[in-house]
Design a protein around this ligand. Structure first.
Ligand code: A2P
Length: 349
């Protein structure tokens, strides 16, 4: 790139849940855009998208889609990223990829701007946006990890339908309507009805009994924190909430972590908001987190069962900080630091 501060952008997966939010954020945050194109599958070809008052058709992604593009924001799933990211990089673009395709690739930085912004400088054409539950957890744990290293994290998630995409969100609404009318609920995106139900995350299980989503929380947190030995155990659960995830997090430190100190650190962390009204029993809820850029954290308390343990609870918008917002923040970081440069050497992805 670049050479002006105006960026030529392509959104791959522009019609999806995250893609739609990317579009919104690029507009509201005044990202410096010279030109933008919207890429998706043939299902959406020709659909009209409005951007800053201009109407543009969605294009089917193809070999020439990345000509002259500086920045690709990809959110069309791992298979599509594997197919197109390297081609975009070969054309001189930098790809911020929202899928899991490259997250653990040692050549690819995995970035949360509030946590490890410097990692973005080392990119070789692709930067990975972490998994949504991992981002939300890291936002709350990193400031405490700075006070004293966390030794062990045990987390249970309450994940909304949005993590499975727009069709999944629509399916939960359709399921609720069907169930209330005494009809059989449709189950295409999910293996079981999610409305009026919940189930352990249905990603593939490993030999130890952990699903892929849980292992993302383990491996991605280790990579982002640059602590390969960090002990993390996760139980991920899908709940009938439309778009914000919640998490119950238990942290173990080497020495006690005073609650007041933890609260002060979190209160001073950009992107985190403490939500606690102990008298009213009012704490973070998905309904309040939806549409918010901040991760809401509360119920910060000493773990009764361990002198060096701390408990907390959070809710965060899965589509925003868990996905689109983090990606746009990475893009802003690249522009601000002049790191939006094509890969210097060809890397095989
Ligand atoms: P489309 O609307 O054409 O299917 P979500 O995560 O909400 O399900 O969104 C997935 C996004 O990825 C959508 O924009 C979808 O476009 C896009 N997508 C899915 N399959 C392809 C494909 N084969 N090529 C390009 N984009 C795709």
């Amino acid at each position: 790139m670049p050479l002006s501060s105006q960026v030529s952008v392509a959104i791959l997966g522009a019609t999806g849940a995250v893609g739609t939010e990317l579009l919104e954020l690029l507009q509201t945050r005044n990202f410096p855009i010279a030109d933008i194109k919207f890429l998706a599958s043939s299902r959406s070809a020709g659909r009209i998208v409005s951007f800053r008052g201009e109407k543009k058709p969605v294009e089917v992604v193809g070999e020439n889609s990345f000509d002259g593009v500086d920045l690709v924001l990809a959110s069309a799933g791992g298979t599509i990223s594997k197919e197109w990211a390297a081609k975009a990089v070969a054309k001189g673009a930098v790809v911020i990829d929202n899928s899991s395709a490259f997250r653990l690739n040692p050549q690819v930085p995995l970035v949360i701007p509030e946590v490890n912004p410097g990692a973005a400088a080392t990119h070789q054409g692709i930067i990975a946006n972490p998994n949504c539950t991992t981002i939300l957890m890291a936002m709350a744990v990193w400031p405490l990890h700075q006070l004293q290293p966390v030794q062990r994290i045990v987390v249970a998630t309450y994940q909304s339908a949005s993590g499975a995409g727009m069709r999944a969100m629509e399916e939960v609404k359709a399921q609720a309507r069907a169930i209330l009318q005494g009809e059989e609920p449709p189950t295409e995106s999910f293996p079981y009805p999610l409305a009026f139900n919940l189930f352990p995350h249905n990603s593939p299980l490993n030999d130890q009994g952990y699903c892929e989503e849980e292992m993302k929380m383990v491996n991605e947190t280790r990579k982002i924190f640059n602590t390969p030995q960090l002990r993390v155990s996760a139980t991920c659960v899908r709940v009938p909430v439309l778009r914000a995830h919640s998490e119950a997090i238990n942290l173990e430190f080497a020495k006690p972590m005073p609650v007041q100190q933890a609260k002060e650190a979190l209160a001073n962390t950009p992107g985190v908001r403490i939500v606690e009204d102990w008298k009213a029993n009012y704490f973070p809820m998905p309904i309040d987190a939806s549409g918010s850029d901040e991760v809401l954290v509360g119920r910060i308390r000493q773990d009764l069962s361990h002198p060096c343990g701390l408990e907390l609870w959070l809710s965060g918008d899965q589509i925003r900080k868990g996905a689109a917002l983090n990606a746009v923040q990475i893009a802003e970081l690249l522009v601000a630091k002049n790191w939006l440069q094509p890969a210097k050497a060809m890397v095989s992805y």
